[in-house]
Design a protein around this ligand. Structure first.
Ligand code: MF3
Ligand code: CO
Ligand code: CO
Length: 311
């Protein structure tokens, strides 16, 4: 019989010294074996509690993979349509129809505050991101980012590419190429244990070595179950020491400027983000999955290998 004040609930942690006096940690001594399932549940719980990050289940990954594949196909088809004389409204309407025909919803439509008015983003020349489709026809020499995010059976896929209309000038061509290489290099390093900060480090190192700057006002993001999930992933140097883990799904979407890195939001539409100096900006985006051995680019089509200068 204990007196009340002597009652204790003793819970031994896996890193505590073992009760047997071996001076080893409990987990290395008398702790019961953990199944792989227990270990992965523990990881998911810890990432959700500590960082708000959703580690996806195999079922969720299947759904996200299908949404990403559809987003990539819609993006590719819409990019083929982008030619001199075509308006961004026409690109929007075409992409919108491809969503509907596939039983999907374009995620940008009515998203955010104020609600985004269109189904895709089209960002031309000095527009960094979140350009709103309108009646401006594409012109020879324009560089345009087309950004498609679709919702298929509740799962999200998010990707964007640049299209060069005809022949363009060297400064525009350069941001397009430097930005593509930033995305390619940052994807190449992805595997479990790599820190989120290493992504921005790779991007900033390459961009600045080539005389370009990295936009810091917009970040990449977890995605898959919601449009924008934790974590935020800056494309510039940062101190986010979160290790990547299998089952994480997120985007990388560097915005690279030929001049200054600052963005100015259009006060009228409250979406369109432009460079502060009017110099060109480029963006490329993929949705990625971290696998036990590395990564998978979920928005990459089989016909479209991501290697140097293949775009
Ligand atoms: N697709 C963009 C991204 O990469 C987000 C667009 S938000 C919108 O995160 F409302 F402008 F569509
Ligand atoms: Co995105
Ligand atoms: Co996007």
């Amino acid at each position: 019989m204990f007196k009340k004040e002597e009652l204790r609930i003793a819970v031994i942690g896996r890193n505590d010294p073992c009760w047997c006096g071996s001076e080893k940690k409990w987990k290395q001594c008398h702790a019961p074996e953990r199944s792989p399932q227990d270990a992965s549940n523990e990881l998911s719980n810890r990432y959700r509690r500590q960082f708000g990050i959703l580690i996806k289940t195999p079922e969720q990954i299947e759904g996200i993979r299908a949404a990403c594949h559809l987003a990539a196909r819609i993006l590719e088809a819409t990019c083929v349509m982008a030619r001199q004389g075509v308006t961004t409204q026409e690109l929007n309407d075409y992409a919108h129809k491809l969503h509907v025909d596939a039983g999907a919803i374009p995620a940008p439509l009515h998203y955010g505050h104020p609600p985004f008015p269109k189904s895709i983003c089209t960002s031309i020349n000095e527009v960094i991101c979140h350009g709103i489709p309108d009646d401006r026809p594409l012109d020879e020499g324009d560089i345009i980012n087309i950004d498609v995010t679709c919702i298929l059976k509740g799962y999200y896929g998010d990707c964007s590419r640049m299209v060069i209309i005809g022949k363009t000038d060297p400064m525009r061509k350069k941001v397009v190429d430097v930005c593509y290489e930033c995305l390619r290099r940052s994807i190449e390093i992805l595997r479990p244990g790599v820190l989120i900060s290493e992504i921005g480090e790779v991007i900033e190192t390459y961009a600045t070595a080539h005389g370009c700057s990295v936009v810091f006002d917009f970040v990449a993001h977890g995605t898959g179950v919601r449009f924008h999930e934790p974590p935020q992933i800056p494309h510039c140097t940062n101190e986010i020491a979160i290790p990547l883990a299998p089952g994480m799904t997120f985007t990388i979407e560097p915005m690279i400027n030929a001049g200054a890195p600052q963005a100015v939001i259009d006060p009228n539409d409250q979406w369109t983000a432009r460079t502060i100096d009017g110099k060109p900006s480029a963006q490329w985006e993929h949705t990625l999955l971290i696998t036990p051995s590395g990564h998978e680019i979920l928005t990459l089509l089989a016909s479209e290998p991501i290697d140097a200068s293949s775009h």
